[in-house]
Ligand binder design. Structure first.
Ligand SMILES: [Zn+2]
Length: 403
């Protein structure tokens, strides 16, 4: 029954901007550089100083003592950002103890350098972030989240919960089951209350609007961030224009309804991303997998009407498989040029880190992923990261002869 979901993200992201102290100066030369702002440099050098990008261009001078990487044959892109990812599963303490190191490494190896935690326990997400920031754990930077219940509560209770979570420094507030077609008046009243309170505490409310009606209701309630592309019915140009005019940012989760193979079973039977059988076991589904069609077409409708549309998987399974599945769905409707913009600057805007991530421009954090083939030739070339750099630190290096 997952439908309209409220999440709150903090707007104060300065803490994520700090470069790791250990970051070494670095020069990657002779590489193709997909800057992320529309520019592609066919053979250039990227210089990193103090964890940030110092210069990008043809003949950039290397800082003395900088580590050199010969980028011949490599294509560089901004490190991947997932604007809505389920990270911790099950008991958080147990997960942190037994799984965190392995799971975080999988994200890095897939090319992710920033994740916004789309769910899970608030305390667990905060603890995960603490460990990553302290360097106890290696992984992408994590923007934590928590959840607020919009059902069986009053506006005052919902406001109090918003204040409590913001007080903890939590950037996210959790999921609630709200009628998608359309939300109930009580749900909307509570949603309005937390949107209003979010402004007092410097947070942002994000909603899973799964139908066009829920999307419009969320925009009318003042919600600034939408996590989900509607999958019940078609989004009209007018509705999409309304989202764009309100300045509301939207994430993809385009693969929500698309059949998934070889993750939960190896028997060529399609599943959903939770392992349940496709197409009949989808949450609240209309049947026969229509969601897959609504999602992808609505994605393009939102994009074409000027919505800032970013990348989010809303998944909890293997990072590389989730990346492949989301890209496969986006590939149906978007060019690779579009996908670069969608994944880079648009997703950086969604996670409120435009100044720091999303492109390979001077001044930004050196979050870089390198591939042996050109992603502009096809999304599948983004599934083979050989070097991943986070804040100037080389966190993955699979080049031949290295490691
Ligand atoms: Zn979610």
């Amino acid at each position: 029954m997952q439908a309209l979901v409220a999440i709150v993200g903090g707007v104060l992201c300065a803490v994520f901007a700090a470069a790791p102290a250990a970051a070494q100066d670095l020069v990657i030369s002779n590489a193709r550089i997909i800057v992320g702002n529309g520019t592609v440099i066919e053979s250039g050098a990227l210089v990193v100083r103090g964890g940030r990008i110092a210069s990008v261009g043809a003949g950039a001078p290397a800082p003395a003592g900088a580590r050199q990487i010969d980028g011949r044959g490599l294509t560089l892109m901004p490190g991947f950002i997932d604007g809505h990812r389920h990270i911790i599963s099950g008991n958080a303490d147990q997960w942190l103890k037994d799984q965190a190191a392995t799971r975080m490494q999988e994200f890095l190896e897939a090319g992710y350098t920033t994740l916004l935690a789309g769910g899970g326990p608030a305390e667990g997400n905060l603890e995960l972030k603490r460990r990553l920031d302290a360097g106890v754990l290696k992984g992408p930077r994590v923007i934590p989240a928590a959840q607020i219940n919009l059902n069986n509560t009053t506006p005052e209770q919902a406001r109090a919960e918003m204040r409590r979570l913001a007080g903890l420094g939590i950037r996210f507030i959790g999921e609630e089951n709200i009628n998608p077609k359309p939300p109930t008046p009580g749900q909307i009243e509570n949603l309005r209350a937390i949107v209003d309170e979010s402004k007092n505490v410097g947070a942002l409310v994000m909603v899973h609007a799964v139908s066009p009606q829920a999307m419009v209701a969320a925009v009318d309630a003042g919600v600034p961030l939408l996590v989900h592309t509607p999958h019940f019915g078609w989004v009209t140009n007018e509705e999409a224009k309304k989202v764009a005019a309100a300045g509301v940012l939207n994430l993809s989760t385009a693969a929500f309804g698309v059949p998934l193979f070889d993750v939960f079973s190896q028997d060529n039977v399609p599943t959903f991303r939770d392992g349940k059988r496709w197409p009949d076991d989808i949450l609240d589904g209309d049947g026969r997998g229509q969601e897959a069609g609504y999602k992808t077409v609505n994605a393009r409708t939102l994009w074409d009407n000027g919505v800032v549309y970013g990348f989010g998987t809303d998944t909890g399974y293997l990072p590389l498989k989730g990346l492949a599945q989301e890209l496969k769905a986006l590939n149906l409707m978007f060019s690779m040029k579009d996908i670069v913009k969608l994944m880079g600057p648009n997703t950086a805007a969604f996670v409120q880190m435009s100044r720091d991530i999303g492109s390979l421009e001077p001044g930004k954090l050196a979050d870089i992923v390198a591939f042996p083939a050109n992603p502009l030739d096809g999304y599948w070339n983004m599934l083979n990261a050989v070097v991943v750099i986070k804040g100037g630190d080389i966190v993955v290096d699979k080049r031949a002869g290295r490691r």
